[in-house]
Design a binder for this molecule. Structure first.
Ligand code: HEC
Length: 84
């Protein structure tokens, strides 16, 4: 019984962390599921941070992303492990 309780507590903890990490992510609110950034990057064949920033700033959705700074975009690109 104790083991089960410990397991449940651990699980809640892990899920809580995952959820917190997700909501802290500036892009994740819109970019999830089919529109997750890793999927977009693969589909558009984006290979580097520069390509990524360019795709956001000069792409069809540039206006939607206008509130994000270069640093936001570079941070997101870094998380996707794109080449510098
Ligand atoms: C308000 C919702 C929203 C937020 C927040 C958002 N995006 Fe987007 N983004 C979109 C939508 C909608 C598209 C178009 C998706 C499609 O074409 O399927 C898009 C497209 C993109 C694309 C592809 C651009 C192209 O060439 O069409 C990139 C790259 C991207 N977003 C990066 C980001 C990054 C990085 C962040 C966080 C800093 C971010 N987005 C935050 C809604 C959002």
């Amino acid at each position: 019984m104790k083991r089960i309780a410990a397991f449940v507590v651990a699980l809640v903890f892990i899920l809580g962390f995952a959820a917190a990490g997700f909501s802290a992510d500036k892009c994740g609110a819109c970019h999830k599921g089919d529109k997750a950034l890793d999927k977009i990057v693969a589909k558009k064949n984006i290979k580097s941070v520069a390509d990524f920033v360019k795709a956001v700033k000069e792409g069809p959705t540039a206006k939607m992303h206008a509130k994000f700074s270069d640093d936001d975009l570079k941070a997101a690109a870094g998380e996707l492990k794109l080449a510098q």
